[in-house]
Design a protein around this ligand. Structure first.
Ligand SMILES: *[C@@H]1O[C@H](CO)[C@@H](O)[C@H](O)[C@H]1NC(C)=O
Ligand SMILES: *[C@@H]1O[C@H](CO)[C@@H](O)[C@H](O)[C@H]1NC(C)=O
Ligand SMILES: *[C@@H]1O[C@H](CO)[C@@H](O)[C@H](O)[C@H]1NC(C)=O
Ligand SMILES: *[C@@H]1O[C@H](CO)[C@@H](O)[C@H](O)[C@H]1NC(C)=O
Ligand SMILES: *[C@@H]1O[C@H](CO)[C@@H](O)[C@H](O)[C@H]1NC(C)=O
Ligand SMILES: *[C@@H]1O[C@H](CO)[C@@H](O)[C@H](O)[C@H]1NC(C)=O
Ligand SMILES: *[C@@H]1O[C@H](CO)[C@@H](O)[C@H](O)[C@H]1NC(C)=O
Ligand SMILES: CC(=O)N[C@H]1CO[C@H](CO)[C@@H](O)[C@@H]1O
Length: 482
């Protein structure tokens, strides 16, 4: 055998080996397992890892945007008409939420921290200044009236005081006051009787530059699925109900960086203290954010359905048996008795009667749903928007003339959109990771392709070798009998 034929035969053998290797790698999915192992290696909160840095100081800017509903027909509403509202916004704040007082516990399997949030007003991303005036329902008055409605004597005194001060049901207040707090005259007067009372009211009063308590997170060292999951909050480990945390958590993951490797049929659990409960989101569609592929997850409508549609929600009828319609959540107990009802913006996914009750509600999926887009290969959050609306349960109290002839309704005050989009630096880093992973994931197919090409080369070489040999030595047509 010449060197040349030897080469040709090794090509053939090699092509078969490469083919076998490619097919067996593909069948055993060894490369995806290697990637999983690499991800596991990365997904741990340890001083120095990138995951730790991103967790400690989320690199992408988070924005909190508020949209108010300005009431245009207060006099008619007091007469019993439907309210007509105009959406006014956005008023945008940049949200900073670093982890502070970080210390590792239990040999690095857990980490304790507080999450301090600061909101900085962004005038250039807002419709107007924080001094813009909004006409909406008087929440402190509504709260006080709800509390004292059955105490005729006290109610009469309070009602007389309000008449004296000319306090109505629908005053105007500035955006800044409504969000971050103002001293309320009625609460101040009541404080004389009850010194422990706080006379400042604001929807996000005390939320700025403060933390909401002590957290202990899992670092993911023991089990990477536990990465950044909350173990305890203020010493309590019962985090699915009544615990409070201002932010959204994906299975306890605080905010927006990582959810280890996601599949389409998975449920993502989110905890929201604004709702005092946890929600889940399900796969909805494929998306692309800054050129990176992702899965969009959003809460299905059953999450918000009333107890007769989804019996699992019976626990959210408070007091027991007292169910509001679909899409509403009574969080009065969370808010010191203020008659606050949460919903999706514009009552998206809620019973249509709430939309019909207020002129100016236009629910739209793209604008008003909560959604989170996750890159499935890495679990990194590409984009997220948490959207919630704050409403007040308004009703007529015979003991308070201030309520006039107002109809019983869910009155929308403001909705928020807390959103984040992956920053460009992280996006380009992610791009190259995904490219590399694609190469690795496709390695078996590349091997199979290579095997086929080598096989073809081998066959061509075999044919070329045979033809010249026979013509040269015998000088006879190939298939002629001798
Ligand atoms: C992480 O390491 C840096 C530098 O070594 C140190 O200053 C910092 O305190 C460490 N952080 C924690 C939470 O241990
Ligand atoms: C702490 O972790 C290290 C490395 O993971 C291990 O070798 C050591 O035994 C652990 N110590 C305890 C007390 O668990
Ligand atoms: C929040 O607090 C920071 C610093 O304490 C301050 O600069 C900022 O203006 C405050 N934001 C609001 C909305 O009050
Ligand atoms: C909201 O309505 C009030 C009363 O009609 C008006 O004075 C105010 O300018 C409106 N606010 C905005 C931001 O348009
Ligand atoms: C909301 O819950 C509170 C406290 O449980 C209750 O007193 C109130 O009646 C409820 N509101 C509505 C509108 O059901
Ligand atoms: C629950 O929702 C369904 C559908 O929206 C509605 O027909 C039903 O009346 C609601 N039940 C209650 C108790 O609100
Ligand atoms: C937040 O949602 C609102 C509508 O709900 C939308 O108009 C706005 O553009 C969103 N903000 C960001 C930063 O995506
Ligand atoms: C992926 C994952 O860990 N999912 C868990 C999220 O939390 C809920 C309950 O809080 C669990 O049931 C899920 O298994």
């Amino acid at each position: 055998m010449t060197l040349k034929t030897c080469c040709i035969y090794s090509t053939g053998v090699f092509s078969i080996l490469v083919l076998i290797a490619g097919i067996s790698f593909d069948l055993s999915s060894v490369f995806p397992h290697i990637i999983q192992a690499l991800v596991k290696e990365q997904v741990v909160l340890r001083n120095g890892t990138e995951a730790f840095e991103a967790w400690e100081n989320p690199p992408a800017p988070i924005y909190m945007q508020f949209y108010f509903f300005n009431l245009t027909n207060p006099a008619e509403v007091l007469e019993g008409d439907r309210p007509a509202v105009l959406e006014i916004g956005p008023y945008t704040y940049r949200e900073f939420r670093p982890m502070e007082q970080v210390s590792f516990l239990d040999n690095g399997t857990k980490v304790a921290a507080v999450n301090t949030k600061t909101y900085i007003f962004q005038r250039d991303m807002s419709r107007g200044p924080e001094s813009d005036l909004i006409r909406t329902v008087n929440v402190p008055a509504m709260t006080v009236m709800t509390m004292f409605k059955d105490w005729t004597v006290t109610a009469n005194l309070i009602s007389a005081y309000m008449r004296g001060k000319n306090e109505g049901l629908f005053p105007t207040r500035s955006v800044g006051e409504l969000l971050w707090g103002y001293q309320d005259g009625l609460l101040k007067a009541l404080k004389v009787l009850e010194p422990s009372l706080d006379d400042v009211f604001g929807l996000f009063y005390k939320s700025n530059a403060s933390n909401d308590g002590d957290y202990v997170f899992y670092t993911g060292r023991q089990n990477f699925q536990d990465f950044a999951r909350v173990d305890t909050w203020n010493g309590s480990s019962n985090l699915t109900w009544w615990s409070s945390d201002e932010c959204n958590m994906v299975n306890g993951t605080n905010g927006a960086s990582f959810h280890p490797v996601v599949s389409k049929n998975e449920r993502l659990y989110m905890f929201s203290s604004d709702l005092c409960r946890s929600l889940y989101a399900e796969y909805e569609q494929d998306v692309s954010v800054k050129g990176i592929p992702g899965f969009r997850f959003s809460p299905p409508s059953q999450v918000f359905a009333n107890a007769s549609v989804n019996p699992a929600n019976a626990g959210f009828c408070v007091p027991a048996g007292n169910c509001l319609g679909s899409g509403l959540l009574n969080i009065s107990t969370c808010k010191q008795g203020a008659p606050i009802i949460m919903s999706s913006p514009h009552f998206y996914q809620a019973d249509h009667k709430f939309v019909d009750d207020v002129f100016g509600m236009r629910p739209r999926k793209e604008l008003h749903q909560t959604a989170i887009d996750i890159n499935p290969l890495t679990g990194i959050i590409l984009q997220a928007a948490k959207r919630l609306q704050v409403n007040v349960f308004v009703q007529k109290f015979p003991t308070f003339s201030q309520t006039g002839n107002v109809r019983t309704m869910i009155f929308p005050v403001v909705y928020l959109n807390e959103s984040v989009v992956i920053d460009d630096a992280s996006a380009s880093k992610l791009h190259s990771i995904i490219t590399k992973q694609n190469v690795v994931v496709n390695a078996p197919f590349i091997l199979i392709g290579l095997g086929i090409i080598l096989g073809v080369v081998f066959m061509l070489l075999m044919c070329r070798q045979k033809v010249p040999e026979s013509t040269a030595s015998e000088r006879q047509p190939l298939l002629m009998p001798k």
